[in-house]
Structure formats: structure tokens, C-alpha cells
Design a protein around this ligand. Structure first.
Ligand SMILES: CC(C)(COP(=O)(O)OP(=O)(O)OC[C@H]1O[C@@H](n2cnc3c(N)ncnc32)[C@H](O)[C@@H]1OP(=O)(O)O)[C@@H](O)C(=O)NCCC(=O)NCCS
Length: 226
């Protein structure tokens, strides 16, 4: 019988990569969908190492070559998931890998997603996340464990939401926005592109683009260095 599982590469072998690998294993317990082909990482010191049974098989260039060979031989492109939580790095990786891989959606079976939520591609939704009706999750967005994305919330492409955060109805997080652990965003509040909201923050009013902001209530602390 043919193996119907898709080979998937996990791009980024850090802590978040390990969590993504676990999430794929949990998905496979429900339905055998993916065969983890290995980690991809640009740190030469990691090459050939194995983390929790998954080997770092090459760097980004290696994955691009696999994609190129697949195209030359009229085979399907390899599947991949970006597993880096810093949005700017995620965006750069996605741009480099565009056209060389198929971005898959990795969604833990314990996550509850409204059928009226709109999902982009290459997203990671971890364990016990709730995504409410009419929420929009952009391409390559990550939502970490135990977080809640309220109704009509919009998360821009490459945004990351860390553990135990809650975005209330109609709130928005701009492209490449980052919400650290334990953040509450009040209803309808807009957080600008590239902005980084620190841990434990309560965001009560709109926050501009390109800043670091934290505290309860949230204050802009400084401009963000890209
Ligand atoms: C935004 C962040 C990166 C810190 O930014 P920073 O400006 O570099 O902060 P520093 O560590 O230089 O600290 C500067 C000051 O702000 C305070 N501070 C830092 N982060 C704070 C926060 N989230 N809330 C309140 N105060 C904070 C520090 O205590 C320090 O105060 P002091 O000058 O009185 O000693 C940090 O708050 C944060 O959220 N990190 C992400 C953690 C996280 O959730 N990771 C995800 C893992 S899954």
C-alpha cells in the first residue's frame, strides 16, 4: 500500500520548532497526514544533530534545491512549515522559500476553530487555542498555546501571538506584529505593523506601528529596531 503521508520540513530547529514537531505528531495521532522529513536551519553548528528524534537535514538553500529538483522532475514541491516566532525573520524566510515549498497549516487537534474563521496558509495553531467566528488569520501567523482570538479579530501576515494571550472582538494586529505571553487586547483596539507588545500587557488603546510597547495599561516604550 502507498504511503499517503506528505513529507514536511520544519524550518527552524529552536524551541518553537520542537513545539511544532509535537503538534504535527498530535495531528498524526488523529489522522496520519505528515512524515517529518527533518528540520531546516541556517545555523551550521546544528547540521546533522537530532532533536527529539528529528534530524537537522540542511539549511534554507538545501530546501530550495529540493524544491528546484521537484519542479525539474515534475514532482510536487516539498511541504514546509516555518517554525520561528520572530515575525521579521519569518517574513524573510517565507520570501526566500516562495515557490520552492508548499506551506502547510499545522493545527493542533485540541484547537477549536469556528467554521466562520478565515485561515491563511502556512499557519500554526497550537494546543487549546480558540479562534472565534469571522476572525481572520493571515498567512504564516502563529498562535501559541491557550490563546484566544476573538470574533472578527484580524491577525496580519507573519504575526505571532504567544502563550495565554487574549484578543477581544474586532481587535487587529498588523502584519509582522508580535504579542508576547499573557497579553490582553481590549475590544476593537488596533496594534500597528511590526509592533512588539511585551509580556503581561493590557492593551487598552490603539498602538502605532514599529514600536515596543508594554505595561498595564500599555505604553509605547521605544521605537522598534528592525
Ligand atoms: C518587550 C520585551 C522584549 C522587553 O523589552 P525591553 O525594553 O528590551 O526590556 P528590558 O528587559 O530591557 O527591561 C527594561 C525595563 O522594562 C521592564 N519590563 C520589561 N518587560 C516588561 C513588561 N513586559 N512589562 C512591564 N515591564 C517590563 C523591566 O523590568 C525593566 O525595568 P527596570 O528598568 O525598572 O529594571 C519583553 O517585555 C517581552 O515581552 N519579552 C517576550 C517574552 C515572551 O513572551 N516570549 C515568548 C515566549 S513563548
Amino acid at each position: 500500500m502507498n504511503d499517503v503521508r506528505k513529507e514536511i520540513y520544519i524550518v527552524g530547529a529552536g524551541g518553537f520548532g520542537k513545539e511544532v514537531a509535537d503538534t504535527i505528531v498530535a495531528m498524526n495521532r488523529e489522522e496520519e497526514r505528515f512524515l517529518i522529513a527533518g528540520y531546516i536551519d541556517d545555523d551550521p553548528a546544528l547540521m546533522g544533530k537530532t532533536i527529539n528524534g528529528v534530524t537537522i537535514v540542511g539549511n534554507t538553500e538545501h530546501l530550495i534545491r529540493i524544491g528546484r529538483r521537484a519542479l525539474e522532475n515534475a514532482r510536487p514541491l516539498p511541504s514546509a512549515i516555518l517554525s520561528v516566532s520572530e515575525p521579521a525573520i519569518k517574513r524573510r524566510l517565507a520570501e526566500r522559500l516562495e515557490g520552492s515549498v508548499i506551506p502547510e497549516n499545522i493545527i493542533h487537534p485540541s484547537a477549536v476553530l469556528s467554521p466562520y474563521a478565515v485561515l491563511g496558509k502556512g499557519i500554526v495553531i497550537q494546543a487549546s487555542v480558540y479562534v472565534a467566528p469571522n476572525a481572520e488569520i493571515g498567512d504564516h501567523v502563529h498562535v501559541n498555546v491557550l490563546s484566544s482570538v476573538g470574533h472578527d479579530v484580524r491577525l496580519g501576515a507573519f504575526a505571532s501571538v504567544m502563550v495565554l494571550s487574549a484578543l477581544s472582538g474586532y481587535a487587529t494586529l498588523g502584519r509582522c506584529g508580535y504579542i508576547a505571553t499573557g497579553v490582553t487586547v481590549l475590544p476593537g483596539v488596533h496594534i500597528g505593523e511590526n509592533t512588539h507588545v511585551g509580556a503581561g500587557t493590557v492593551v487598552t488603546k490603539d498602538i502605532p506601528a514599529d514600536v515596543v510597547a508594554y505595561g498595564a495599561p500599555c505604553r509605547v516604550i521605544r521605537e522598534k529596531n528592525h
